[in-house]
Ligand binder design. Structure first.
Ligand code: HEM
Length: 159
């Protein structure tokens, strides 16, 4: 029994390392090309579930996220390329009446590079963006990432 637990733990660690190490990205891509889509979907779901369990990550629906606009003094969250950040400490930018409040309670990734701050522009659809736009989005993500962890425990130090 002990051996089974040990083997399972070692396998789980090996899989976690394989999935997270940047240096193994080309290998993951290669493997990804060989696997059928259904298998990849299942694997992706399993990884997300593990992240939520072990890293306390929280998955937001659009509707849930839309509640975090800082109305009534509540928390202010925004999302960029699918990652949610607590920007409550930047309330004067992102909270009600702030110059960038349109980013709050949603994933408006595309507008970060298009500057189109209207309902049409504030979308998470990044289809057709150029390589440099994608890099710019990554820069914005890093800007929000700087404060550390995703979602709940993340606060912007710059405000
Ligand atoms: C695609 C275009 C733009 C995007 C996506 C963008 C986004 C942002 C964001 C997210 C912040 C808040 C940063 C933080 O959390 O500290 C910010 C701050 C600021 N932005 Fe922009 N911005 C854009 C264009 C501009 C332009 C064209 C100007 C000036 C003409 C400008 C002037 C400022 C200033 C002055 C601040 C700081 C405000 C303050 O500290 O009170 N931005 N911008």
């Amino acid at each position: 029994m002990g051996r089974v637990i040990l083997l399972t733990s070692v396998s789980a660690c090996a899989i976690a390392l394989f999935c997270s190490l940047d240096s193994l990205a080309p290998l993951r891509t290669k493997l990804g090309e060989l696997l059928p889509t259904t298998f990849k979907d299942v694997a992706q779901k399993a990884i997300s579930a593990m992240n939520r369990m072990f890293l306390s990550e929280r998955l937001f629906t659009k509707e849930e996220l839309s509640k975090y606009t800082g109305e009534d003094g509540g928390q202010v969250y925004l999302a960029i390329i699918g990652n949610v950040y607590d920007v409550s400490r930047g309330r004067r930018h992102y909270g009600p009446g702030g110059g960038y409040s349109f980013f709050s309670g949603r994933d408006g990734s595309r507008a970060f590079v298009s500057g189109e701050f209207n309902e049409k522009g504030l979308t998470d659809d990044v289809t057709g963006l150029s390589d440099s736009d994608i890099l710019a989005l990554e820069d914005w993500k890093n800007f929000y990432e700087r404060c550390g962890l995703a979602a709940e425990s993340c606060v912007l130090t710059k405000s």
